[in-house]
Design a protein around this ligand. Structure first.
Ligand SMILES: [Fe+2]
Ligand SMILES: [Fe+2]
Length: 252
């Protein structure tokens, strides 16, 4: 079971090493040097992806509230949490003296953004929920998990708080899809076929910058897939269906 919580032993261990550590160029054991140009350069794109992701999440939950109108209030509550996350991660960039490359991030998110907008225009709740509440949340959770042990102490605290919220968002989508499984199955499969390959590409595109932050691509992929597959299992899909869905990432 790789559903890591922010309080995994590894994170605790690193927290002891890194908590209140020096802000200067003195590298902490196993941690990158947060002050180098190469770190800041990679951070300007990774942080931008995070900011754009949080903004997209906010907009998507508000949009979902127009499709599931009796849930609009709850969805607006989730959306507010996303803006709070964005604020937190903006502070992380400021703390390191980094300016986020938002143009890069918007392009990075464009394919998934466009698919969400199209599904929204067609009133496809299931597809919208799969994209935002399952795929984007699982992507965020896995990225934050892998980031926490190698983050600077300021960002680590913020990220630990955020990842807990993202689980409640993932859970929201999971429970809705579970309650409606018999009617959403087919659309869910198609939405997975259309969007899982995009997430795989996103994980590949981010790999080089993530490595500079000491986040390994294989760990990101493994954490994402384990989170995604466990969610599909909770929704009530069979292991055969889940394997078929995961295989979409390989073929497209
Ligand atoms: Fe968030
Ligand atoms: Fe979220």
């Amino acid at each position: 079971m790789v559903m890591l919580s922010p309080n995994t032993p590894a994170a605790d261990q690193d927290a002891q090493q890194g908590g209140g550590g020096p802000a200067g160029g003195e590298a902490l054991a196993g941690l990158p040097d947060f002050t180098t140009d190469s770190y800041k350069d990679a951070y300007s794109r990774i942080n931008a992806i995070v900011l754009e992701g949080e903004q997209e999440a906010h907009d998507n939950y508000i949009a979902l509230g127009t499709l599931i109108s009796d849930q609009a209030e709850e969805l607006a509550r989730l959306a507010r949490m996303e803006l709070k996350h964005k604020k937190g991660f903006t502070a992380c960039a400021n703390n390191l003296g980094v300016t986020a490359d938002m143009a890069f991030a918007r392009e990075f998110f464009a394919p998934l953004h466009n698919n969400f907008q199209q599904a929204l225009a067609e009133g496809k709740v299931t597809t919208c929920l799969l994209i935002q509440a399952i795929l984007i949340e699982a992507f965020a959770i896995s990225a934050y998990h892998i980031y926490i042990p190698v983050a600077d102490p300021f960002a680590r605290k913020i990220t630990e708080g955020v990842v807990k919220d993202e689980y409640t968002h993932l859970n929201y989508g999971q429970e809705w899809l579970k309650a409606n499984l018999e009617t959403v199955r087919e659309e869910l499969m198609q939405a997975n076929r259309d969007n899982l390959p995009l997430v795989r590409r996103m994980l590949e595109q981010v790999a080089a910058d993530a490595a500079v932050l000491h986040m390994e691509q294989e760990d990101l992929m493994a954490d994402f897939l384990s989170c995604y597959q466990e969610t599909l299992m909770e929704i009530g899909l069979s292991s055969r269906e889940i394997a078929r869905m995961a295989a979409s990432a390989l073929t497209a």
